[in-house]
Ligand binder design. Structure first.
Ligand SMILES: [Zn+2]
Length: 124
């Protein structure tokens, strides 16, 4: 595997819930909109919360801005696509990415913008 291939090695997508669920592993309640890991086509109750899936160090970045997406891929070592089921299209749609918090910090600085409702800036 070349160095380039390694960096862009893809992690499987994760999913934003459209209805409440529970983590199959730790039983934590997952509200709609929570990002979880599961394998479509298998039992959809077998979701893993972000903590159990080891995704809690990553931050959600909404899609919609090509420049931001491009920079996120450049700056973040880990980039995971976040999908959400669309009742309208009856398929999964890409709604954003999970990337490293530092990558988002860097993008904010570089583009002189500030993302609203950042997860890492919210009180716990
Ligand atoms: Zn869990």
């Amino acid at each position: 595997m070349t160095e380039k291939a390694k960096k862009t090695a893809k992690e499987p997508p994760v999913y934003s819930l459209i209805r409440a669920s529970r983590c199959y592993n730790c039983d934590a309640k997952q509200e709609p909109g929570s990002i979880v890991k599961f394998t479509p086509g298998t039992d959809e109750r077998e979701v893993r919360c972000r903590k159990c899936a080891q995704l809690d160090e990553l931050e959600f970045l909404k899609s919609g801005n090509a420049k931001v997406t491009q920079l996120a891929k450049k700056y973040s070592q880990r980039v995971i696509v976040v999908m959400q089921w669309s009742e309208l299209w009856k398929t999964y749609e890409r709604i954003g990415l999970l990337v490293e918090t530092e990558a988002i910090d860097r993008i904010e600085k570089e583009l002189k913008i500030q993302f609203e409702n950042r997860e890492s800036k919210q009180p716990h």
